[in-house]
Design a protein around this ligand. Structure first.
Ligand code: MN
Length: 465
C-alpha cells in the first residue's frame, strides 16, 4: 500500500514526479503558504530549509480527487462507495508496544516550547499567528472508551499553550462533559499521518464511532496504534509528531482571526485552551501543514461529505447516480447531483434530501445521468439549457446555514435548488445532445504528424470548388 505511512506516500509522490523539493531557505511567515498555494492542485511541496529549524515542512500531499483515489487504491468514481463501505463497517486498530512504534523514537516531557521545536507557519494575512492546521485531534470517551478524531484549527498561544476552535460536535460534547465535572479532557494532536487516515478523520459518523477504525477499514488491515506517554489515548504508531495534552476546564482565551475554508476569516473570540504535556516524534520528523482553503483542505472536507450526502439522497431517491461537492462551492455549500430520473418530480425530492443532509448545503443542482457532474462546464450547460426558473427552481427562506458564509445573517440564510433534468415527456429531438459519431474513440495520434513543419503546409495553386 503506497499510503501506508506519511513517509511511504511522500516517497511515492517523489517517485511519480509530484513532489517539489524547495531547498532555498524559507520563512514561516507566509512564504511556505505562498509556495504551497502556487503548486496547489499540481504538486506537493517539501521545504528542506525553514528558517533555523531542523525539521522540514510538507504540504499538499493530496490536492486532487485522483490523489485521494490513488491513496485509497481505487479510481475517482470508486472513492465514494469505498468510503461509504468503510464508514458502515469500521475495523479495530492493532496496538503496538512502545518498542515497535517509531513515534516513540523521541519523547520530550519537559520545557516544551512549541515554536522553538516545530516550524509552525503563518498562512494568511490577517491570521492571529502560527497555526497547526493539519493535526488529527484525538480524544476518548471515558464511558465507552471509544476515541473520536477530528481536525481543528490550533493557534500557538505561546510556550506549551494552544487555542482551539472546537465546534459543537463530538469532541465538544466530550469536552463539555469533562468540564461540567470540573476535569480537563485529555487529547492528542497527531501531525503527519498517511492520507487514508487523514481522510478517515473527516468521516461524518454518529457519535461513538472511532474514525481511526474507519482508516483500518479503508486500508483493508488494522491501523497500527500505540498508547501515549502522558494521556490515555492511542495514536497512529507511524505518525511523524504527536503533541499530548489536555483541554483545560473553565479557561477561555482569545483565538483568531483565522483564514478559513470559505476564503474568509473566522472571527477572534474567547475559545478553549489546550496545555501540552508531552511531545513525541520519529527520528528526523517531518512537519505537515495544510494551507487553508486550498484544494487539499477543500477535498478533505468534501469527499466524506459526498459519501454522507449520497447515502441521504439514496434513502429518498434510489435512482441517484453520483454527487459532487465542487471546490468553487467550498466543497461544502454547493451540491451537484445526478439521477436516473424515472418519475417526474424526483429531482425536486433529491433537492430536498440534499438540503436536509447538512445545514452547510446552500445550492443544489440536479442533472440527468449523462451530464458529467465533475465537469463544471457541463453543469453550467445543464443549468443554461435544461432549467426554467418558473417551474424548476426551489427556494427555502430563513434556514439554518453556515456561520462562516458571510452572506448569512449570523448563520441564517436561504437555500436554492435547480432542477436541470429533462421532462420525461419531452420530444426525442428536443433535448438530443449533438454528437459526432466516432468522437469518443478518436485518437488524434492517428491523424497528427508531429514531424511535419508548419511552413510546409501551404496551399499550392488555387483550389477549384
Ligand atoms: Mn466523530
Amino acid at each position: 500500500m503506497k499510503a501506508k505511512t506519511f513517509r511511504t506516500w511522500i516517497e511515492h509522490l517523489q517517485a511519480t514526479d509530484r513532489l517539489a523539493v524547495i531547498d532555498r531557505k524559507v520563512s514561516l511567515q507566509y512564504e511556505i503558504a505562498k509556495i504551497a498555494k502556487k503548486l496547489d492542485g499540481k504538486k506537493a511541496t517539501y521545504f528542506t530549509s525553514v528558517e533555523d529549524y531542523q525539521v522540514p515542512v510538507v504540504s499538499g500531499i493530496c490536492s486532487t480527487r485522483e490523489d485521494f483515489a490513488e491513496a485509497l487504491e481505487t479510481d475517482q468514481y470508486g472513492v465514494i462507495s469505498k468510503f461509504t463501505e468503510a464508514v458502515a463497517s469500521p475495523v479495530p486498530c492493532r496496538a503496538l508496544n512502545k518498542q515497535q512504534a517509531p513515534i516513540k523514537e523521541n519523547i520530550i516531557l519537559d520545557n516544551i516550547d512549541l515554536m522553538k521545536m516545530l516550524p509552525i507557519p503563518v498562512h494568511h494575512e490577517k491570521d492571529s499567528g502560527n497555526y497547526i492546521t493539519a493535526g488529527l485531534f484525538i480524544v476518548r470517551d471515558p464511558v465507552t472508551r471509544k476515541q473520536n478524531v477530528s481536525i481543528h484549527r490550533l493557534q500557538i498561544s505561546g510556550g506549551n499553550k494552544i487555542g482551539a476552535l472546537i465546534l459543537p460536535r463530538h469532541t465538544f460534547h466530550l469536552y463539555k462533559q469533562a468540564e461540567e465535572a470540573g476535569r480537563p479532557l485529555e487529547c492528542a494532536i497527531v501531525i503527519g499521518v498517511d492520507p487514508v487516515t487523514l481522510l478517515a478523520s473527516q468521516a461524518s459518523t454518529p457519535f461513538g464511532v472511532d474514525e481511526l477504525e474507519i482508516s483500518s477499514a479503508l486500508r483493508g488491515e488494522p491501523l497500527e496504534v500505540v498508547r501515549c506517554e502522558t494521556v490515555d489515548i492511542d495514536v497512529p504508531a507511524y505518525a511523524e509528531i504527536v503533541l499530548e495534552g489536555k483541554i483545560l476546564p473553565h479557561v477561555r482565551e482569545p483565538e483568531g482571526p483565522f483564514g478559513e475554508f470559505p476564503k474568509y476569516y473566522g472571527p477572534r473570540s474567547d475559545k478553549e485552551v489546550i496545555e501540552i504535556t508531552a511531545v513525541t516524534h520519529r527520528n528526523n520528523p517531518i512537519f505537515y501543514t495544510i494551507v487553508p482553503a486550498g484544494y487539499e483542505h477543500l477535498l478533505l472536507g468534501g469527499i466524506p461529505r459526498e459519501a454522507s450526502l449520497f447515502q441521504s439522497i439514496r434513502q429518498t431517491v434510489p435512482s441517484v447516480i453520483a454527487v459532487h461537492m465542487s471546490p468553487g462551492g467550498t466543497c461544502r455549500y454547493h451540491a451537484i447531483v445526478s439521477i436516473n430520473k424515472r418519475n417526474e418530480g424526483e429531482a425536486k425530492n433529491a433537492i430536498l434530501a440534499a438540503l436536509a443532509n447538512s445545514f452547510d448545503i446552500k445550492h443544489v443542482v440536479v442533472t440527468d445521468e449523462e451530464v458529467d457532474i465533475f465537469n463544471m462546464e457541463e453543469v453550467e450547460w445543464a443549468i443554461a439549457t435544461r432549467f426554467q426558473a418558473d417551474r424548476d427552481l426551489v427556494v427555502v427562506h430563513e434556514a439554518q446555514s453556515s456561520k462562516l458564509d458571510p452572506s448569512t445573517r449570523d448563520g441564517v440564510g436561504s437555500k436554492m435548488g435547480f432542477d436541470c433534468t429533462i421532462p420525461l415527456d419531452s420530444e426525442e429531438m428536443q433535448y438530443l445532445r449533438v454528437q459526432i459519431p466516432g468522437y469518443n474513440e478518436c485518437n488524434l495520434d492517428d491523424y497528427i504528424n508531429p514531424d511535419k513543419l508548419i511552413q510546409s503546409v501551404h496551399l499550392e495553386g488555387d483550389i477549384d470548388f
